[in-house]
Ligand binder design. Structure first.
Ligand code: SF4
Length: 671
């Protein structure tokens, strides 16, 4: 073979030689037969441009469709797939968020574009990839157990059918019909084994706590655990698990021969809380499950503090809002043990020891704001619980009916609590009204949960932040009370700069600088990462991050607040309403005995009856046990309590979730 050198290439001249770089003897001959064409201006005329088609054709497609990428990450990006010969060849952003319209005609803005990430854009490679499981597979040992008629799982049989060595077993490929049959027979056998007195005895012999067995109420189906992972990202498919769990009442009715109306379904395993998506302290602070903003709100912040969070590498389709925050001149602070990617983009980075030591950092910031009078007094008085009085004898809020004889609850039925928040009279009677020391009248005054902001001013109240005295109760006794403000003053004595520097390792000047910034810049937002939620003292951390914001009026404003953004549900959820019926519940808890088979039925005609019961998987992943302890002093103590009592786990069926990597006690689980 003769190699074509650059010199020879030029000597041959003409564009035609460009078709071959390495030519053998026969092609050299062909080349010599080509005519030399003279082109005056190759920009105006080119002899052969067919080769360009190869490149253009790469993007050719027969058809396209839009779809919503909706994995566990919760971004729900709408993308467009292009097909050729029925195969998806590429996926692109659809740039159509500004055209989304809800039933009321509301539209999003174009600022949402672009959406998507490399994972969504390469989804088709997974679909067509060699590792995609395309057929049902059954563990060989389990199949053998089924084929042998589901004999009792004695220790010997557990070994025989490899229940004790599943990881060493092999899988058998089956057809869908075959596997449905195996699953159905298996479920019947398991429900039969663990139902009634005989089932209870079996479970007791296996070492289950009697409280857990009692919670089954005799139904073997209560050992079935179903979990539609992150189901709100695809309610029909994923939460079909819970619908099935409810339908297991049919199996219970059949196995125990009881009135199906009384029959019990499976247990529905939770998602949000168990994952650690839930910031456990948020309900403690404000009574709502979680505070999350939509990330377009980042653009409104002037001071953005991220704590154990990474908005550079995570939250892919939303982090352009983080860039927009920078473009608009927002200040960025990152609190993290390592010089993380967001730390590199920050105005300053506060290093802290791992293990959410920054809980104390936020308490130091709170102390500085309070001690130096940097707080927004009007906001603190009218929108926070700092002025509420607390009894120092039992550390409970002083209730109005404890100090005012014959006190009548003060909420109006047409006020926001009843009319907007859905408060029920029964709940209100439990909550009661609280008490402040009113500076205007120089006396104790009752305050209702509606009396916040302007409503507090209209009620003529000017609560004191500092008040600590003995008050006389209606029963004649005296107790000391103090404001929460005073209580924090006491509590924060432990969080002076020197101590907090010692706890966190954070430089003192940066802690002070953060306090000054929070007090002088508005709006301020603190975004905490999901990792924070996994710590046992996360509740304290969550409250600590709220304190500086409560003191400076950074709650309830665009660009302000404390948010976790563990999950941001852009997927649709059908809520219940008096005019539409039970909504989502009509899907997961439709009465299996009265299914509505009319495809055009109104939602209101769907009959709901819950046969299943919720359960927290944490008990399963901690040895399938409730928290019941034999104490030296008080004997057997049931910390789990009745309402949350789990049942033994014999069937697990879940989708869209990795139940093992989420387990907190994975090393105890995988054995
Ligand atoms: S961020 Fe990526 S993986 Fe997540 S929904 Fe959007 S495209 Fe899909």
């Amino acid at each position: 073979m003769k190699r074509l050198t650059r010199r020879r290439f030029l000597a041959l001249g003409g564009a035609a030689v460009a078709t071959g770089v390495i030519v053998g003897s026969s092609s050299s001959l062909a080349l010599r037969r080509l005519q030399v064409i003279s082109i005056a201006n190759p920009l105006e005329d080119y002899p052969n441009r067919d080769w360009e088609k190869v490149y253009r054709d790469q993007y050719g497609y027969d058809d396209s469709f839009t779809w919503v990428c909706s994995p566990n990450d919760t971004h729900a990006c709408r993308l467009r797939a292009f097909t050729r010969n029925g195969i998806v060849t590429r996926i692109e952003q659809n740039y159509d968020v500004d055209r989304y319209t809800d039933l009321l005609g509301n539209k999003a803005t174009a600022h949402w574009n672009p959406r998507g990430c490399e994972k969504g854009l390469t989804m088709h490679r997974r679909v067509y990839g060699p590792y995609r499981l395309q057929h049902p597979m059954l563990r060989q040992g389990w199949k053998q157990w089924a084929d042998d008629g589901f004999p009792e799982l004695t220790a010997e049989n557990r070994d025989k059918y490899m229940f004790t060595a599943r990881g060493q077993d092999t899988f058998v490929r089956l057809s869908w019909d075959e596997v449905y049959d195996y699953v159905t027979r298996g479920m019947i056998a398991i429900a039969e084994s663990y139902s009634g007195d005989e089932g209870a005895q079996r479970l007791e012999a296996e070492g289950y706590q009697p409280e857990m067995i009692e919670a089954m109420q005799g139904a073997g189906t209560r050992t079935f655990k179903l979990r539609g992972g992150m189901g709100l990202l695809g309610v029909i498919g994923k939460y079909g698990m819970y619908r099935f769990s409810n339908m297991l009442a049919l199996l219970d009715g059949h196995v125990r021969g009881i009135d199906p109306d009384e029959a019990l379904g499976g247990r529905n395993w939770s998602n949000y809380t168990w994952h650690g998506d839930q910031a456990p302290g948020h309900p403690f602070v404000h009574g709502l499950q979680t505070s999350d903003c939509d990330f377009n709100d980042l653009r409104n912040s002037r001071l953005h503090i991220q704590c154990g969070k990474n908005l550079v590498e995570n939250k892919m389709p939303e982090n352009h809002f983080f860039n927009e925050l920078m473009e608009r001149g927002g200040k960025i602070v990152t609190i993290a043990p390592e010089y993380s990617p967001p730390a590199t983009k920050s105005d300053y980075w506060i290093p802290v020891r791992p293990g959410i030591s920054d809980t104390s950092l936020f308490l130091a910031v709170t102390k500085i704001i309070m001690d130096r009078g940097l707080h927004d007094e009007a906001f603190v008085k009218s929108f926070t619980d700092f002025p509420l009085l607390v009894r120092t004898d039992n550390l409970k809020r002083l209730r109005a009916d404890e100090v005012f004889a014959g006190y009548k609850l003060g909420l109006s039925s047409d006020g926001p609590s009843f009319a907007l928040h859905g408060l029920k009279q029964e709940q209100y009677e439990q909550l009661g009204d609280f008490v402040v020391f009113d500076q205007k009248s120089d006396s104790l005054k009752a305050i209702t949960r509606d009396e916040v902001g302007e409503r507090m001013t209209q009620a003529g109240l000017d609560p004191a932040l500092e008040f600590k005295e003995k008050v006389k109760l209606t029963d004649g006794s005296e107790v000391e009370v103090m404001t929460l403000w005073n209580m924090y003053e006491v509590h924060l004595k432990d969080y002076d700069l020197d101590t907090v520097h010692e706890i966190t390792g954070a430089p003192k000047e940066l802690i002070e600088r953060l306090a000054e910034d929070i007090a002088t810049i508005k709006p301020v937002a603190i975004h905490i990462g999901e990792g924070v939620n996994h710590w046992f003292h996360a509740t304290l951390h969550n409250r600590a991050t709220y304190l500086p914001l409560m003191l400076t009026g950074n709650i309830g404003q665009p660009g302000a607040g404390c948010h976790t953004w563990a999950g941001n549900y852009k997927a649709a959820l059908f809520q219940s309403a008096p005019w539409s019926g039970p909504g989502f519940k009509g899907w997961v808890a439709e009465d299996p005995l009265k299914p509505n088979l009319d495809p055009k039925a109104s939602g209101k005609d769907v009959v709901v009856k819950g046969h299943a019961k919720d359960e927290e998987p944490a008990y399963w992943d901690h040895g399938d046990k409730a928290l019941i302890v034999e104490t030296p002093r008080d004997g057997r103590k049931n910390f789990t309590g009745k309402t949350h009592m789990p049942t033994p786990t014999k069937v697990m069926w879940f989708n869209n979730v990795n139940i093992i990597n989420n387990a907190k006690w994975a090393y105890g689980l995988i054995k």
